[in-house]
Design a protein. Structure first.
Ligand code: KIV
Length: 297
């Protein structure tokens, strides 16, 4: 048997990294799991320093970072680019790279190929995909390739058009049972956790109780094992109404807007920059410079 040290990979986390099985242990202990989205290196560093367990490089980036109307247009290359920035600074949290629309639907092989790219090129620790049904097979194929896979059911923004918009799911008994069955199928396929989005709280609680793996809720009530919020929602990085399930912990858009307005006013009035913001030159060098300038005039 080889005694060589193992190199980090899908089955050997980097030093200091939260171990994937710890999530299930947290559920068993009743410890709530915190997850936040991040899309760049400074945000990931802040999230890590704040002590979050999971950082999701969500395809919500399409809307909150890239200005699209939905999550559909973002590409796998773009998601890998963002994930690479996040994984440069997020040390302890597990970083989950979201597989965007079009990167896993065609076949199990396509799904595994996209997941591998997310790990190898993006540096993600694991990946997430949306849906159940045929997507259960995609999740199983990824899990069987030794890659951590997170499920996502309820409101799945990649299929918002089919769902009739960004609206709550599982609000009839039949729909709630379908979500319950989907969650069990994803657990059986090997998912390490499942996001429940915009699902009535009692339905989420029932699903959470039935699963051994943790559920992470967004608009799914307090009965989930953990919660996730989108970076821009949590920090109030836009003005105007937020979805019902959002709690804003700051109003950074207001603060940033005020800072920008003050900067522009200072530039226009000449109040910025001040001497403390400028660089000096030794007197003798300045004299030589001025003499040289004089000679050129
Ligand atoms: O893309 C995303 O940010 C997500 C979360 C809302 C769970 O999928």
């Amino acid at each position: 048997m080889s005694t060589r040290p193992r190199t980090p990979g899908p089955s050997a986390p980097a030093p200091g990294k939260l171990a994937l099985p710890e999530l299930r242990a947290m559920k068993q202990r009743g410890d709530r799991i915190s997850m936040i989205t991040a899309y760049d290196a400074p945000a990931a560093l802040l999230a890590d320093e704040a002590g979050v367990e999971l950082v999701l490089v969500g395809d919500s980036a399409a809307m909150v970072m890239l200005g699209h109307e939905s999550t559909v247009p973002v590409t796998l290359d773009e998601m890998i680019f963002l994930t690479r920035a996040v994984t440069r600074t997020a040390r302890r949290p597990l970083v989950i790279g979201d597989l965007p629309f079009g990167s896993y639907e065609i076949s199990d092989e396509q799904a595994v190929g996209s997941a591998i790219r997310m790990l190898k090129e993006g540096g993600a620790d694991c990946v997430k995909l949306e849906g159940a049904g045929r997507m259960v097979s995609r999740a199983r194929a990824i899990a069987e390739s030794n890659i951590g896979i997170m499920g996502h059911i309820g409101l799945t923004p990649q299929s918002a058009t089919k769902l009739g918009g960004f609206r709550a799911q599982g609000r009839t008994a039949d729909a709630a049972i379908a979500l319950y069955d989907a969650a069990l199928a994803l657990e059986d396929a090997g998912c390490f956790a499942i996001v429940l989005e915009a699902v009535p709280a009692p339905v989420s609680a029932g699903i959470t109780a039935a699963l051994e793996i943790p559920t992470i809720g967004i608009g799914a009530g307090a009965g989930c094992d953990g919660q996730v919020l989108v970076w821009h929602d949590l920090l109030g990085m836009y003005t105007g109404p937020a979805p019902r399930f959002v709690k804003r912990y700051a109003a950074l858009a207001d603060e940033m807007g005020e800072a920008l307005a003050a900067y522009i006013a200072d530039v226009r009035s000449g109040a910025f920059p001040e001497e403390q913001h400028a660089y000096s030159i030794p007197d003798d060098e300045l004299a030589l410079f001025e003499a040289a300038l004089g000679a050129r005039r």
